[in-house]
Design a protein around this ligand. Structure first.
Ligand SMILES: Nc1ncnc2c1ncn2[C@@H]1O[C@H](COP(=O)(O)OP(=O)(O)OP(=O)(O)O)[C@@H](O)[C@H]1O
Ligand SMILES: [Mg+2]
Length: 499
């Protein structure tokens, strides 16, 4: 298929969006051509998601013009955008889990036979053709709830293509994927590009920009601070446009480990993981590495009492414990920061203040009264320490950008003054500057004697922070690597290869 690649498919000029008088998008321009992959980068709260929600008809801009395929357009809803060939895939996927891939893809535009009934035969055939064309290997009849996150994302993309999307916009699609799945997604993006589809994609992983993007737009505080062909720039250019300064160098640390804090022995949970043993001391960071699905989160959840292990033992500071729920864990000084902030953490419609202190209200309470001043002091302190960007601590947490929500949850875990802190993907969706701040904070906590268990899919993160790395594969310990033995290669080898 011959593809025209110079044609402009989307053009935004001077897009401006404010929430309650607070301007979060300030005169932003964006041009997207057919067959172009256009990355958008910027710090947490820079306005990236707001930009694509405005492009996708979720928000109405206060000012600015939007041209789709050369026609000036006003979008009143996401539906309006879809009809014009522009589909946004938000970070929270929106498939109906009990419906099959085929049903999800054709939801809202089912093929009908002459009698007006849904033509299931046609539907499955179309789906199979579509998946084949995109090289996606998924059974169209399987409920999407049974598919992996990566596969669900593929189904969402196939669904967009079934609407004849010419413009596809993805908000942090790689944040939930491990490195092997990122490759599969990028192959698919390459395929769409070759078909002449224009693609906009947001990522905090700057190396991905250099891997697949043709063009990059940088936002800072709602303004465009840079736009360039990727071939003409380097990482330093990106970072300086993003944060207005160079990325702080990492200082090597000296650590002194103390007594054993957490000892896990032959822990098993039927169907999830088997025979897991490792231990971590005070003042030590133990990393749990592995591919998505290796069982890392399941192990963490069993340790903190969210699930009950079938066998094995957990010792906390030398005492064998059987934790029934996360509150019991908190009483022993164990805190857990979940990777899934939606399911396990946030109260979206409650203020930031409440979200930050909810797990340890007793600390802020006296004789049954909430000591508001104490609570406010604590929250003010973590906002400062974690550099959380918000309009105020009474703002509903759902109005914060994704990365800033994550920082509030870290602040919540610290409110219980834990001695053992289990971090599950602590910097998911967090920008490069804030990442540095979170790393510094973790280092500081560990230096003061805290024991940290770090689950991370990011090689760089785990290599930089962990004293020891337990690599899991399919629910079992595949290797335990010292700092000296650990490298990207040794971890990947243990995580992915049979042997
Ligand atoms: N519905 C809303 N109501 C009020 N403020 C909002 C709303 N949505 C976003 N904001 C604010 O707009 C700003 C930009 O948020 P946005 O979600 O676009 O950031 P982002 O660049 O996507 O950040 P991240 O990398 O953390 O996802 C933030 O300060 C956020 O608090
Ligand atoms: Mg965002």
């Amino acid at each position: 298929m011959a593809v025209e690649t110079n044609r402009i498919v989307l053009e935004a000029q001077g897009l401006t969006k404010a929430f309650g008088g607070n301007i979060v998008l300030n005169g932003v321009d964006l041009t997207l051509r057919a067959g172009e992959v256009h990355a958008i980068v910027g710090e947490n709260g820079a306005g990236k998601s707001t930009l694509i929600k405005t492009l996708g008809g979720v928000h109405r801009p206060e000012a600015g013009r939007l041209m789709i395929e050369g026609l000036e357009t006003t979008l009143r809803s996401p539906r309006d955008a879809i009809v014009r060939g522009l589909v946004v895939i938000h970070q929270e996927l929106s498939l109906a889990p009990h419906l099959s891939a085929a049903e999800n893809i054709f939801l809202g535009h089912f093929p009908r036979n002459r009698l007006g009934f849904v033509d299931r035969h046609h539907m499955h055939q179309h789906t199979r053709e579509l998946l084949d064309r995109l090289n996606i290997d998924i059974d169209p009849a399987r409920p999407t709830g049974e598919l992996s996150i990566a596969q669900q994302q593929m189904v969402e993309i196939a669904k967009a293509i079934s609407f004849n999307a010419r413009i596809l916009i993805l908000d942090e699609p790689t944040a939930v994927l491990d490195e092997s799945m990122v490759g599969t997604l990028f192959d698919l993006i390459g395929k769409l590009k070759a078909e002449g589809i224009g693609i906009v994609f947001i990522s905090h992983h700057l190396e991905e920009i250099f891997r697949i993007a043709d063009t990059v737009t940088v936002l800072r505080d709602g303004k465009r601070t840079g736009v360039s062909p990727v071939s003409a720039i380097d990482q330093n250019w990106l970072v300086s446009k993003m944060i207005g300064r160079d990325f702080p160098e990492h200082k090597a640390r000296a650590r002194k480990s103390g007594e054993p804090a957490l000892e896990v022995t032959n822990l098993s949970l039927d169907g999830s993981f088997e025979d897991i043993s490792f231990s971590a001391r005070q003042g030590e960071i133990v990393g749990l590495a592995g591919l998505v699905g290796a069982g890392r989160t399941e192990i963490a959840q069993a340790i903190v009492g969210i699930t009950r292990p079938t066998s094995g033992a957990v010792k906390v500071f030398g005492r064998t414990v059987r934790l029934r729920n996360p509150n019991a864990a908190a009483r022993l000084g164990i805190a857990y920061v979940s990777e899934d902030r939606k399911a396990l953490g946030l109260l979206p419609n409650r203020p930031v203040r409440e979200n930050a202190t909810i797990s340890n209200l007793s600390r802020f309470r006296r004789l049954g009264f909430l000591r508001l001043n104490r609570e406010r002091d604590y929250v003010r302190n973590i906002i400062k320490k974690l550099d959380i960007r918000l309009s105020g601590m009474d703002a509903e947490i759902r109005t914060l950008s994704g990365g800033n929500q994550q920082k509030v949850l870290i602040g919540r875990a610290l409110a219980v003054e834990p001695r053992i802190l289990i971090f599950d993907e602590p910097t998911r969706g967090v920008d490069i500057g804030a990442k540095g701040e979170i790393y510094a904070l973790i280092e500081e906590l560990v230096a003061s004697g805290m024991c940290v268990i770090l689950i991370s899919s990011e090689m760089e993160e785990i290599l930089r922070l962990a004293d020891r790395i337990v690599v899991l594969r399919r629910g079992r310990v595949a290797a335990t690597l010292s700092r000296e033995e650990a490298s990207e290669t040794s971890i990947m080898r243990a995580a992915a290869l049979a042997g």
